[in-house]
Design a binder for this molecule. Structure first.
Ligand code: TEU
Length: 534
């Protein structure tokens, strides 16, 4: 690591009337295709979201993050953008986007949109011009192949979705795509690429959005010479080493420039990095002062149901971001991973653990990202007809993940109707019949429901001054139990498969399961969490 990148060598935060709203914001991720379908084509859309924003408001979130809704052939759920300044007709129009932002603001919700700068669609006008031999070719990574006839890829890089990261074009050269072949990587050494994305950011900022989720924020810059890696299963190395295509130091210059741009707008617009780095320390570099506001912290998501690992992950996360003065973010699910009810074992046990993990993470210092449907306790849908699946990683069967459709099944809003209130037609992916009982309408008003647990937790997060941004300290607890205090507050998590008796930690204000109390003790049921006012 160069001196320029150490945490000590930081720029100063710009001065001004900054509230830091994002430091403890709860941001609700909307997977646009699967939230609400207003026009009966079986696919979610922007007017559908606008009509359902009151749900997000009532839940108690501060903001929504919308996955890409731009013009796209949908080779990767919209992460293959053909025009960054238009809305895909599948999802509505620019005026629908405008209406969504206005309505969100009227409700007091902020709006974060996704920006995809690592690659475009192969249908983007630049790439089409590049294939036709135009100067736009320099804006991508075209190389001659190896071997006598150039029949081998230029290097050994692998696509995150499986197979080589190179595809040969009709003229014989190969182009780089770290994801699907329909997602050619941009060449960020080219000034036109910088200028274009600054212009795109301004376009959406001018429309009134409150910030950006930066897709593959660790990927834009590639090591000079595109050197071989010399190992296979490269996607698995992302967590342990800097690769020549990921987490290169040069990406930070781009993020610094974007932060300056964001700060030139009123209203504290933010950026959150979807970045994968080999250590918490390197991830923290993305959120140094002068750089981005947040980076997703995927460490907790990957640490499983294990008290020791959870505790160590909390400590490492807070230490790394704390060192650069940034808050951390807590994420249990998103559109790329198996839903956490299922990751935690599925069924009643998975739900029990998921509810407890939610209370635990929502009590920690920092910001939290929720993924649509987790507030309903939705499990992963594991059985889907192959012909309906859309995930390119599934279609390239050798992919490392490949099962991302099961977390993208449309939301059940009501117990009735062809798609449980998602829309008037059959949804693009079928919902299991059991989701009838998990719908928003079915759970609303039921004090034992997961929906009401989330609503209560987010209301208390606003009410209790000790939650959100700030400090925490661990309290003594038996093995398998985690307990921590915040000013005027405590949280206990029993990860064990049996009841544990603990002295009262204060006045219980919220529990993930039925807890028995007497004058001095609480009986914490298996795999449950309690919030205490102290
Ligand atoms: O994901 C980036 C990324 O690195 C993913 O491949 C991730 O490692 C994997 O999905 C984990 O299971 C982003 C988007 O979130 C994803 O939906 C896109 O497919 C990808 O970028 C390409 O744009």
């Amino acid at each position: 690591m160069t001196q320029e990148l150490t945490t000590a060598a930081v720029a100063q935060e710009p001065t001004g009337p900054r509230t830091g709203w994002w430091r403890d914001a709860v941001i609700y991720q909307v997977y646009v295709r699967s939230f609400a379908d207003s026009d009966g084509d079986g696919i979610g859309d922007l007017p559908g979201i606008t009509a359902r924003l009151p749900h997000v408001k009532e839940l108690g979130a501060d903001a929504v993050w919308l996955t890409p809704f731009y013009a796209s052939p949908q080779a990767d759920g919209g992460y293959d953008v053909a025009d960054y300044r238009t809305v895909d007709p599948l999802f509505g129009s620019l005026s629908d986007a405008d209406a969504l932002v206005r309505e969100a603001h009227r409700l007091g919700l902020r709006v974060i949109v996704d920006i995809v700068p690592n690659h475009t669609s192969d249908q983007h006008p630049w790439f089409r011009a590049a294939l036709a031999g135009g100067p736009e070719r320099e804006r991508y990574h075209f190389r001659p192949g190896k071997g006598a006839n150039g029949q081998l890829p230029p290097n050994d890089w692998e696509s995150v979705f499986g197979g080589p990261a190179w595809t040969r074009s009709a003229d014989g050269d190969w182009y780089l795509h770290l994801f699907a072949p329909e997602q050619p990587d941009l060449n960020w050494d080219h000034p036109a690429v910088h200028a274009e994305f600054e212009s795109v950011l301004r376009f959406w900022l001018d429309l009134g959005v409150d910030g950006f989720r930066i897709d593959v924020a660790h990927g834009m810059v590639k090591a000079p010479g595109l050197p071989d890696i010399g190992a296979s299963e490269q996607a698995k190395l992302i967590g342990s080493q800097v690769l020549p295509f990921f987490d290169q130091d040069g990406v930070h210059e781009i993020h610094r420039a974007w932060r300056t741009l964001l700060d030139s707008y009123p209203g504290e617009r933010i950026a959150v990095a979807e970045a994968w780095a080999p250590s918490s320390e390197r991830l923290a570099l993305y959120v140094r002062p002068g750089e981005l506001h947040q980076a997703f912290n995927f460490q907790f998501l990957t640490c499983g149901w294990d008290a020791e690992r959870m505790r160590a992950t909390v400590d490492a996360s807070l230490a790394a971001t704390g060192a650069v003065g940034a808050p951390t973010t807590w994420v249990l699910s998103n559109h790329d991973v198996v839903r956490h009810v299922t990751r935690y074992g599925g069924g009643e046990q998975g739900l029990r653990r998921a509810r407890a993990a939610t209370l635990f993470t929502l009590a920690l210092p920092g910001s939290a990202y929720l993924y649509q449907g987790e507030e309903l306790g939705l499990p992963e849908v594991v059985e889907l007809p192959d012909e309906l699946r859309q995930d390119p990683a599934f279609l390239r069967a050798a992919g490392q993940d490949g099962f991302r459709d099961g977390c993208r099944v449309p939301i059940p809003w009501t117990a009735e109707g062809p798609s449980f209130g998602f829309g008037s037609a059959a949804p693009w992916l079928p919902q299991p019949d059991t989701w009838r009982g998990l719908s928003v309408a079915s759970q609303s008003g039921d004090p034992h429901s997961t929906l009401e647990l989330y609503r209560a937790a987010l209301a208390l997060r606003r009410e209790l001054p000790g939650l959100g941004d700030g400090t925490m300290s661990w309290l003594p607890a038996p093995e398998g139990v985690l307990a921590f205090a915040r000013p005027g507050f405590a949280c206990t998590l029993n990860t064990l498969p049996r009841t544990v008796q603990l002295p009262l930690a204060g006045r219980p204000v919220l529990t993930s399961a039925a807890v028995e109390f007497d004058a001095e003790n609480a009986l914490l049921p298996a795999e449950s969490a309690v919030w205490w006012a102290i």
